[in-house]
Ligand binder design. Sequence first.
Ligand code: ASP
Ligand code: MG
Length: 323
Amino acid sequence: MTGETTEVDMDVRRHLTSEVTRTTLRLQQTILAAVRAYLAGLGCTEVLLPIVGPVTDPGSRGAKQVDIDYYGHRYKLMTSAILYKQATLLAFDRIFCVAPNVRLEPMETAGTGRHLTEFHQIDVELAGASREEAMGVAEGVVAAAAGAVATEFAAARPALGAVATGGYTRLSYRDAVRELVALGVRQDDGAEINWQAEKLLSDRFAKPFFLVGYPKGSRGFYDREDQDDPGWLRNFDLLAGEGYGELASGGERESDYARVVTRMRETGENPAKYAWYLDLVRTGLPASAGFGIGLERLTRYLLGLPEVTAASAFPKLAGVVSP
Ligand code: ASP
Ligand code: MG
């Protein structure tokens, strides 16, 4: 190889030729293959969804969206496929996609070891499903991935056996808040659990676990409000154990037109911008539940890596200029 090397060039070279990166990316293929086989076995059709559109998921916890100029219209890069996932249920009852998402996370996330500004999500949506069914499938995805990796990697990561057997604990958001307050964390009931507090909770579990029923103010308009428990959502997060933190978010979706519009207004979204989606909701979209699992986070967790950057060939961190 000839020519001058730049600092960026050296970083890319070092990253792509490191044994850790190569082993991780190879095992990521094992994970993807296992997840695809598991979801196909449940009758899910894999679809390829857009990466640009007039609107995208507004519920991404303080991360900024990226605008692009689309023939004079302001379009967005996808922060998640949620709107398209729901729409695609018009074609198939059970779908999934593996798609890139871009979220401009706050600068302070650059050092967490678990935030990438560009990542891939295994996004699943199931018509007619309840939160519990969606959680069962999310558990199945993680367990299947752990089982597949365990056959090659169990010696390096003994915890995989337990992750592969499933049986993940369900903890309500409200109990989690009580536990955090008892640990001395300042956590308001009704607010999002931030990533530091999440890590603390996650440290207390040896296996993945679910947090269920977040408060309305903390999430996007599409997570369905519990009609029997107003102010609380029929949603969940799946957190890894051992301090690795959040792997997935999901829930039942609001499919009632008037309620979707109200929720948009409550969350500061302008319904006019969501015209294509709202037209579909008004004329009828199936009730559904689903979730999205961050592929790089899942890979990092299953392999027990200190940094999520190892799980991406070209990792992007908040505020860091990189290819
Ligand atoms: N796509 C996820 C969902 O299905 C949410 C997320 O992207 O965080 O709920
Ligand atoms: Mg999430």
